[in-house]
Write a protein that binds this ligand. Sequence first.
Ligand code: ATP
Length: 238
Amino acid sequence: MMEMKGVSSGYSIIQVLHEINLSLAAGDRVALIGPNGAGKTTLLETIAGFVPLRSGSITMDGFEIGRLKPELRAERGIALVTEKRNLFSDMTTGENLRLGRCAAPRETRWDRQNVEATTERVLTLFPKLRQLYHRTVGVMSGGEQQMVAIGRALMSEPKLLMLDEPSQGLAPQIVEAVYGAINSIAEEMTVLLVEQDLQIVSSTTRNVHLIVNGTIRKLDAAELDDEALLTREIFGLA
Ligand code: ATP
């Protein structure tokens, strides 16, 4: 469904990603782990088109997208929820969600029934957003804003949903709500997430890739079960 082959990318004179190969099938739920500065965010942003490709290719359903502008990649089904969330803070939850439709498939983007059904789906996944529908996002808590950000991404009906550290800085019950939603949508779309919390990773997926110094490798079952090894690889601790 999404395939990266020999992908290198970075910023000005710094090359961050080196020859990344990553293949995601429809419905896959994949986690990326790795130390700070390893290139996890850069990988997501390279797929989304915010960091330019230096070499290699990225295909979605066999179509080369590696050199398309971010908005055209979004139209092709790629959604990224960044760490910063990038919400419009003086707009309401409902308005932010509606903006997500700008990246939905063209044929049904503003089709009323379709917009209503997708909105309803998002509000069912995050019941809290129903109460907050007319609330200005800027006054909401971090957890509520995270739900709006994921909800807005879902409004575009993505084929590939990418989430950059969705649990960061959130209270445990909010993390549960966020991951409850991620787990219940995972069959409908491919999910690629960056997550530092190993407990969350292990309860979410066994398809885990480790990024170190801009290179990637898939972890095998023995490595996944070896908490000490993972902790050492990620945090440099024994
Ligand atoms: P973290 O876990 O801390 O979020 P990460 O694995 O997501 O780290 P990236 O954010 O992808 O790592 O950063 C990879 C490298 O690229 C780091 O050395 C970082 O300093 C550098 N970098 C990131 N963004 C930029 C930028 N806009 N300009 C220059 N260098 C950048």
